[in-house]
Write a protein that binds this ligand. Structure first.
Ligand SMILES: Cc1cc2nc3c(=O)[nH]c(=O)nc-3n(C[C@H](O)[C@H](O)[C@H](O)COP(=O)(O)OP(=O)(O)OC[C@H]3O[C@@H](n4cnc5c(N)ncnc54)[C@H](O)[C@@H]3O)c2cc1C
Ligand code: SF4
Ligand code: SF4
Length: 1016
């Protein structure tokens, strides 16, 4: 069994007494001190790891005032803070050993939209896509772009001065900030917006921190103007630090303190609110994809494209291009970026035009096309072809392909993984090609693998060389390359931090700014934060203090990860490979990505949080001398089991308060719905359900399981027995008092009633029920072609038997001979609950049976996506070669290739809405389009409804502990979308989804096969 893991880095006494005092104030937010909560924010997308003392999550601005005023008391002078938003920084910007102040959980409201004046007022925890969703109905958007738009907050964007594609026209975040409200570390609320020189001088006379700040900023800007002009590079990008160049307008004398806060990386104040200007959404957008014979040609041609009045010019190298071509994503764009006959396409520039006026747009596109035609005819500039795409869906598909391809770089096989440390260099665009050639020579010289892409119009290049950060020598190499890139960017008059900010690269600040100007930054830091208490060490330290800057050599994740032996790391790759990019925090309720993260807003309950906890858990087990792989093997073989008495005793001690880190990990795992969205939507394919099962399996080698686990895990064994007398059981299950007792004793709610009539009764006497192996084996080839075998799952067969019956009737009407196979447990419930030894047995038995049936060469189909897909994924992982080659398809997978024979069957064109099962949608990308093809062949229309998870996910929704979250998840997208449509036209493929709708809407949705049956 696993030992107790008692290790947790203790919170220092200053921080602890501060947190206790904070809890005693009117502070309304959350205060999280658990080791798990601290670990969940110990990483971002960088190579660093830093454990904070605690996480506080303010509810509103007043909470920050309370926090900072308390912190100003003499006894808490040692306590320091670091603001945090989405935590998507690439260089450890929000990482700290102090207290994290997370503004993303509660301070995320869009406060006011003023279309007439073209601005919006938001709390700083609002996510960029959330803001755009609120602005879209008004015809506006917040134009600075960034790839992490579905999880990065406005506070984070302001503090890193984020920007991205289209920055030549749309600018950086700072260009759109009209005013800010911030809370200073001494509790003062600072409102900043442009003021006249006169007003600034009056403000500089005030007592207190506001006066001090204005005095310092005015003094620096007035005395250092020449130095500022010389030092600040003439680039489209800002150099994060304090924006001395724009805070003071020498011509008008206006002063805008917000410019100092933009790009300050949380080192000056907590920004609570922002007033931002907004931009009308362009009516017409088009993309011209220009193809080149080499990446260098694409780079050298970029200035020519910029001159052609493009909104943006984006580039990808052949590595990224080829990754896309080998991926399924290429299908979605292959017609939009076709190969050029007899030519090798080794570089691509994507040139976007966006206009409000149709003619103007057409004119610009025609002008560029004409120039490109002439260059192609003259074989100039390595251009080998181009294609214009002017429909929005196509445009989004191309950008989607680019995004996905970049993610694929991260999923590279092997131990070396692309890491961020020099990933956002920026040089004047005219220097870019030469700079990149030298940069490539540097990386090639070190034997590093990499792919490149970027915003060539702005001279920004994204590259993440692949390194194994568990290898200490590669850590040294990273420092070496880092120093060389700093020198190289300087040589080409650029910046190493052209887009993502400095973070742990702050140590390069003095060399970059020069001593004089860097001292001015330090004076400004002193005016805002004299004791170095907000995000200490980032950007600069207070003037004349002994405080030190953070360094590239700070402790990295690799330091912890390398304590886990290679075999264990290789066995738990998805756990170790999570690179913290935060895509799993996707805020969009209609996306299937992590429902537990969405509903809890708790980082522990995200794939990233769970992977981080799991890494620490593995590390601690290893440090406790546990051979994890061996222990797993022994437990799977039924060895090393401890007695029931011992397990009860361990459980009893834990209940009485004995600390075990495993318990914290378990809490995070229990909140997972096992919906598997992460396993396909995460670019690294971090598959939580797989490692969660392994965790549970090991966890329960020490502790005793609850009755609920057994009821769920072994439901496939007792349900068929109950289904022999459904009336009897249903009488009881329909009684409230029985359900109440069940909740109290088993921890389960809303236990469903069994199907009446049963499947056997409703198909009594039907040939589909007469499975006979010998008869099937004796069928001719022609007969086999017209036969289909139905694989039962426990949920549909016993709780939703009508669906199986209708599937039989439909197959029959389509001219097939359906035969229902005898029920064999699938094992999915055992897998979910981590009964891995029994799952392996169940899977083996089922696989043997299905392999035997597969010999018949007759197609097998199933109805429930989660269970059918379990035969593919979980079976493969558990059985390896023993799984055999049997194939069970979903109905639409089976029918789509056979559609040629089906003639449209309905006179009235019916419309339906498909509410897809999340496991099916995410793991079978073609499933919706297959269903649509099927419906079309039946003469009906099927529209996809964008919904996330329904909140049931097997038995998660029946767990009393998870009931509120299950209901909450349902309300995020399903409830709202169902309210828009006639329920009789809404179809759901998942049994879980149908039962969730039944319990919250009181009526059951049809399975698509039932709708199809009604059409013929
Ligand atoms: C895959 C990937 C792609 C990326 N692409 C882009 C891109 O295209 N363009 C781009 O600009 N960036 C990009 N980034 C970097 C990152 O997403 C941005 O820097 C983003 O602005 C950070 O926002 P956040 O909410 O995650 O902030 P965090 O990472 O939480 O914090 C960033 C900094 O802001 C400070 N901060 C956050 N909120 C506040 C607040 N309310 N008050 C004071 N300080 C605060 C933090 O202390 C920290 O210093 C990318 C990152 C990844 C992982
Ligand atoms: S789990 Fe996947 S999506 Fe989430 S942070 Fe890790 S790598 Fe990114
Ligand atoms: S399985 Fe679903 S709920 Fe669990 S971590 Fe993955 S996405 Fe989140």
């Amino acid at each position: 069994m696993i030992p107790i893991l008692s290790h947790q880095e203790n919170i220092d006494s200053n921080a602890l007494s501060f947190l206790d005092a904070l809890a005693a104030t009117a502070f309304a937010g959350d205060i999280e001190k658990s080791y798990a909560s601290r670990l969940a924010v110990a990483t971002d997308n960088s190579v660093y790891q830093s454990l904070p003392q605690a996480v506080v999550l303010p509810k509103h601005q007043q909470d920050l005032v309370i926090l900072t005023q308390l912190a100003s008391q003499p006894e808490y002078q040692q306590v320091r803070f670091s603001p945090r938003g989405g935590g998507t920084g690439t260089n450890g910007q929000s990482l700290t050993q102090d207290i994290v102040v997370d503004l993303s959980r509660h301070m995320n409201k869009v406060l006011e939209v003023n279309v007439a004046e073209g601005w919006v007022r938001v709390q700083s925890g609002v996510i960029k896509d959330q803001l755009n969703d609120a602005l879209r109905p008004h015809g506006f958007f917040f134009s600075p772009d960034l790839s992490t738009s579905n999880r990065a907050t406005i506070g984070g964007m302001i503090n890193t001065d984020a920007s991205g594609q289209g920055s030549l026209k749309y600018g950086k975040t700072s260009d759109h900030v009209l005013a800010l409200t911030s809370v200073l570390v001494d509790g003062t609320v600072l409102d900043s917006a442009p003021v006249s020189n006169e007003q600034a001088k009056q403000l500089a006379e005030l007592q207190g921190s506001v006066g001090k700040i204005y005095r310092q900023v005015l003094s620096t800007c007035e005395t250092m103007q020449q130095e500022i002009e010389q030092r600040f590079p003439k680039l489209n990008r800002f150099l994060t630090g304090y924006d001395l160049k724009h805070v003071y307008d020498a011509e008008t004398g206006a002063v805008d303190l917000s410019r100092i806060l933009c790009g300050s990386e949380g080192s000056l104040a907590f920004i609570t609110e922002a007033k931002l200007n907004i931009t009308p959404i362009p009516k017409y957008r088009a993309l011209i994809n220009v193809k080149y014979n080499s990446f260098e040609s694409a780079l050298r041609n970029a200035p020519f494209l910029v001159k052609a009045n493009a909104l943006s010019v984006e580039t990808v190298d052949s590595k990224v291009l080829n990754l896309a071509k080998q991926d399924i994503v290429w299908h979605s764009v292959s017609d939009l970026i076709q190969d050029v006959p007899d030519k090798e396409m080794d570089g691509l520039n994507m040139v976007e035009y966006a206009e409000h006026d149709k003619d103007k747009q057409a004119e610009k596109i025609a002008a560029l096309c004409q120039l490109l035609d002439s260059k192609i005819a003259n074989e100039e500039d390595g251009i080998i072809g181009y294609q214009v795409c002017d429909d929005l869906a196509g445009l989004n598909r191309i950008y989607g392909m680019r995004k996905k391809a970049v993610g694929l770089l991260g999923a590279a096989k092997g131990r070396a993984k692309p890491v961020a440390f020099a990933e956002d260099t920026c040089v004047p665009p005219e220097n870019l090609a030469d700079f990149i050639m030298e940069f490539r020579a540097l990386l090639d010289g070190k034997g590093l693998n990499y792919g490149m892409f970027g915003h060539v119009d702005a001279g920004v290049l994204h590259v993440r060389p692949a390194l194994d950060m568990c290898d200490p020598l590669q850590e040294i190499l990273m420092r070496d390359v880092s120093d060389k890139v700093v020198a190289l960017t300087a040589k080409y008059k650029g910046l190493m931090w052209g887009e993502h900010g400095k973070g742990f690269r702050s140590e390069y600040g003095p060399a970059f700014f020069g001593n004089t100007l860097f001292n001015e930054l330090r004076k400004i830091k002193s005016a805002f934060d004299p004791d170095n208490r907000v995000n200490p060490g980032k950007i600069c330290t207070p003037y004349e203090s002994d405080e030190t800057l953070v360094s590239v050599d700070a402790v990295k994740r690799g330091f912890y990860d390398r304590q886990i032996p290679v075999q264990v790391r290789d066995s738990f790759t998805e756990v170790v490979d999570c690179n913290g990019n935060g895509l799993c925090f996707n805020y969009d309720a209609s996306s299937p990505m992590c429902p537990s993260s969405k509903i809890t807003q708790d980082r522990r309950h995200s794939p990233k949080g769970r992977a981080g906890l799991m890494r620490e858990w593995l590390r601690q087990l290893v440090n406790n001398n546990v051979d994890i792989i061996q222990l797993e093997k022994e437990l799977l073989a039924g060895k090393n089991d401890v007695s029931l008495v011992k397990r009860f005793a361990n459980t009893w001690s834990k209940k009485r308060g004995q600390y075990d880190f495993s318990g914290e990990v378990m809490e995070a795992m229990e909140g997972c719905l096992a919906c598997k969205a992460c396993s396909s939507q995460c670019p690294i394919k971090v598959d939580v359900p797989t490692f969660r099962s392994r965790f549970m399996f090991l966890y329960y080698s020490r502790y005793q399981r609850s009755l609920k686990d057994y009821l769920v895990g072994y439901s496939e064994l007792y349900t068929p027995l109950m289904a022999k007398a459904p009336g009897l059981f249903n009488v009881f299950l329909k009684q409230d008092w029985v359900q109440n007792i069940a909740t109290k004793t088993t921890g389960m709610v809303d236990i469903p009633v069994l199907s009446q009539p049963t499947l056997a009764r409703s198909l009594s006497g039907h040939s589909a029920m007469a499975f006979n192996m010998d008869k099937l084996a004796a069928l001719s080839t022609a007969e086999r072609d017209k036969t289909v075998l139905i694989v039962q799952d426990p949920f549909t067969s016993y709780y939703d038997a009508d669906v199986v019956r209708d599937l039989v009737l439909l197959a029959e009407k389509l001219g097939f001979n359906p035969v229902i196979l005898p029920f064999k447990p699938n094992g999915k419930p055992q897998h979910i609950k981590g009964f891995l030894r029994d799952f392996a047995k169940t899977a083996k038995t089922a696989a043997e049976f299905l392999n035997q049936i597969a010999q018949l060469n007759i197609p097998m189909i199933g109805t429930d996506p989660a269970l059918v897909l379990c035969y593919r994924d979980e079976y493969n992982k558990a059985l390896g070669d023993e799984r055999g080659n049997f194939k069970v398809e979903l109905f639409q997978e089976w029918l789509t290739p056979r559609l040629g024979d089906i003639k449209p069957m309905t006179k009235n064109k019916m419309s339906y809405y498909l509410f897809g099962h999340c496991t099916e949608k995410t793991n079978l990308p073609n499933s919706t389009s297959d269903w649509q093809k099927v419906f079309k062949a039946f003469g009906a229309e099927l529209k996809e409804v964008s919904v996330g998870c329904c909140g049931m996910a097997g038995t998660y929704g029946h767990d009393a502990k998870q009931y509120e979250n299950s209901k909450g998840i349902y309300s995020l997208s399903w409830q709202q979308e169902l309210a828009k449509h006639e329920h009789s036209q809404c179809l759901a493929t998942g049994y879980s989804c149908r039962s969730q709708v039944k319990r919250f809407e009181g009526e059951k949705l049809k399975h698509p096969v039932q709708a199809l049956l009604s059409l013929i």
